[in-house]
Ligand binder design. Sequence first.
Ligand code: SF4
Length: 447
Amino acid sequence: MTEKRADSAKKVGFVSLGCPKALVDSERILTQLRMDGYDVVPSYDDADVVVVNTCGFIDSAKQESLDAIGEAMHENGKVIVTGCMGDDKVIRESYPDVLAVSGPAQYEAVVGAVHEFIPPTQSHDPFVDLVPPQGIKLTPRHYAYLKISEGCNHRCTFCIIPSMRGDLVSRPVGQVLDEAERLVKAGTRELLVISQDTSAYGVDIKYRTGFWQGRPVRSRMLELCQALGELGVWVRLHYVYPYPHVDEVIPLMAEGRILPYLDIPFQHASPRVLKLMKRPAHQEKTLERIKRWRELCPELVIRSTFIVGFPGETEDDFQILLDWLEEAKLDRVGCFQYSPVDGAAANALPDAVPDDVKQDRWERFMAVQQRISAERLQQRIGWEMQVLVDEVREDGSAIARSYADAPEIDGLVHIEATENVQPGDFIDVEIIGADDYDLFAVQLVDA
Ligand code: SF4
């Protein structure tokens, strides 16, 4: 019965581009389509229609999205476009025959367009279509992104996300926690909390009290973290800004309730450049704050991203950044050379930094940070750590991550040989080596 139904169901191909937030959007759309009776297929040939979820963050991402639309048009011809590029006229100009175009998080519009162009042959039958209760996940089963809000109230001058996604809209806390609970019941071992500004959670709804498991919970970063910490899995916070109230979650990290890990996109350290960037919390004394956090929670790992060559950045500003890095001793850092984004306010700023100066600063930045990151990894040799296994090879060797490593963006822990281990298992290891990015370990097995 199931097979007969699957044969007659309409088929949707799906191309998902962009950041974890876009991935969560894709997962929601896919879940809805499966519930509406569509099959999701992995090839253009088999698909009755192809949905492309675009990314419009920077110009190269837009180009990648346009290329993906072009490929889907060429290979299939029936294409519905959604995502962060929005209803960009470039899409219509380049591909006038796309069936529909919608913006980020417009789930109903995408699903509606699929219904319009390929009406479902069958309605959803809960006894036949076993949509997993946690929805369709595009990440491996053992970790999942948990999006707590949409949009952003800041107006960083290099960023066009608020104009694409609008102001902050926090999801009700009960809904977020229910989703987290469902994910954990379905096998998720690590929840990656994402949003544009996780520290701002609940500001828009005045930290309204919601309900979870029949008890009141405030829509605030601290209370959300406390509740997530009860689920017995790793909870990792991304996109946090160094506001004073972030101090409150550090004790939860010290007590092992959530991972001692913070992803804080500092972007720069010179007060003058931060002001030009209009960065959130730009007046905070971040070095003092980091020092205090480490006193409360010595194992705290901080990852960050930076931009060098922002318009108006002088050699003095850049030196402030290098000195700051030397003191802050962050664990993981990404660095980008500034490049203008269509529609961003920073494009109007004077004193653009020449490309060769940007390149020179980027190289000097990377040299300093690579030394710091490598030194911090070396300090872990000899540690016994719990790791989460991502992959086990046929020869028994495995790739895992420690609390210090977020998937996709941080390093890995390579384990020589494992016994009775599956992806998604937590195991204990001893760290025996380190290079610039990764750790090497042996499994500790109970005698
Ligand atoms: S905090 Fe700044 S960079 Fe981040 S989404 Fe908001 S405006 Fe963009």
